[in-house]
Design a protein around this ligand. Structure first.
Ligand code: C5P
Length: 276
C-alpha cells in the first residue's frame, strides 16, 4: 500500500521471538523505523517526551535539546491552546513524530472531522475518550483511515483513553457508573479494540491486565513513569521505565522527570539507558 511500510519487531533480533508485525507510517523518521525494526541493535526509543510548557519558544527549545534522546513528542492542551497548530508544524519540521494529546470526546461527526484535520496536520498519534462510545470510536478510526488513504499517507494512531487516572470509584459513582475503575478500564479497553482502535493510553498498573485480554498488536501508551529519584508529585500509581516496558508498554510518556530536570537531555538519556 502507498505510504506505509510493513515491519516486524523481534524481541532480541531472533526471528523466533517475533513480537508483532505491523504497518508503520512511511513518514515516520528513518531513525524511528530502524529503532523499531532492530530494538536490540539500535534500542527502540519508546520515550514520548511531554512538552508540557506554556509557549512555543519553550517547547522548541526543549525539543531541540532532547530530540536525540527521545522517540517522539507529546503536545497537550496547554501548549496547543497557547501555541496552536503552528507548534505541531514546527515540531514536525524537525523530523520528530508528534502525539497530539487533546482527548477528543464529542459527537461522532465532530470527532471524525477533528481527526481529519489532525491527519492533514501530519500528527502520528492522538487521543480520544473511549467513554464517547463505540459509534464515536468507529467514526474516529474510519476518519483516520479514510483521510490517510485520500492523502496517500499512513493512518495516524488513534489512542483510546479509558478511565482518567485522576478518577476513582467515587468519581465513577458520581456520574452514575457503578463499576469499579478496574472493571471499567477493561470494559472500555475491550470496547475500543472492538470498535477498531489500535492503541490505548493506560496507567502503568493497568498494563499487565490489559496485555492479558487484548491482542498483542494493540499499542499501549503509558504515562505515570517515575525513575524513583524525582521529588514526589501528583502521580500516585507509577512504575519505572524498565518495569513498564517489561509489563508490556509500547510507549512511555514522560513529562516532569525530563522537562523539570536540571539537565533534560541527560535525564532523557538516563531513562533510555535504564530500559535496555
Ligand atoms: O509530568 P508527568 O510525567 O507526570 O507527565 C505525564 C504526562 O502524561 C502529562 O502530559 C499528563 O497530562 C499525561 N497524562 C497522565 N495521565 C493520564 C493521561 C495523560 O499523566 N492518565
Amino acid at each position: 500500500m502507498r505510504g506505509q511500510v510493513k515491519i516486524t519487531r523481534y524481541r532480541t533480533g531472533n526471528p523466533n521471538e517475533r513480537l508483532a508485525t505491523q504497518d508503520v507510517p512511511k513518514n515516520f523518521s528513518l531513525v524511528f523505523i530502524c529503532a523499531y525494526l532492530f530494538p536490540s541493535v539500535t534500542g527502540k526509543n519508546p520515550i514520548i517526551a511531554a512538552l508540557d510548557v506554556p509557549t512555543a519558544e519553550a517547547a522548541l527549545k526543549l525539543a531541540q535539546e532532547i530530540a536525540p534522546a527521545v522517540g517522539a513528542f507529546k503536545i497537550g492542551k496547554e501548549l496547543f491552546v497557547s501555541a496552536g497548530p503552528d507548534i505541531v508544524k514546527k515540531i514536525r519540521a524537525t523530523g520528530a513524530s508528534v502525539f497530539l494529546d487533546l482527548k477528543f470526546h464529542d459527537i461522532p461527526n465532530t470527532v471524525a472531522k477533528a481527526i481529519a484535520a489532525a491527519t492533514r496536520l501530519d500528527v502520528q498519534m492522538l487521543t480520544i475518550h473511549t467513554s464517547g462510545g463505540g459509534e464515536m470510536m468507529r467514526a474516529a478510526e474510519k476518519s483516520a483511515q479514510d483521510t490517510a488513504k485520500a492523502a496517500g499517507s499512513m493512518p495516524l494512531l488513534v489512542l483510546g483513553v479509558t478511565v482518567l487516572t485522576s478518577s476513582n470509584n467515587e468519581t465513577l459513582a458520581e456520574i452514575g457508573c457503578e463499576a469499579d475503575t478496574e472493571k471499567q478500564v477493561l470494559r472500555l479497553a475491550q470496547l475500543a479494540v472492538k470498535s477498531g482502535l489500535r492503541g490505548l493510553v493506560c496507567s502503568p498498573l493497568e498494563i499487565a491486565a490489559l496485555r492479558k485480554i487484548l491482542p498483542a498488536s494493540v499499542q499501549l501508551v503509558t504515562p505515570g513513569i517515575r525513575t524513583g529519584t524525582e521529588k514526589a508529585d501528583d502521580q500516585k500509581r507509577t512504575l519505572t521505565p524498565r518495569e513498564a516496558m517489561q509489563a508490556g508498554a509500547s510507549w512511555l510518556v514522560v513529562g516532569r522527570p525530563i522537562y523539570a530536570a536540571e539537565n533534560p537531555r541527560a535525564a532523557a538519556e538516563k531513562i533510555l539507558e535504564s530500559i535496555y
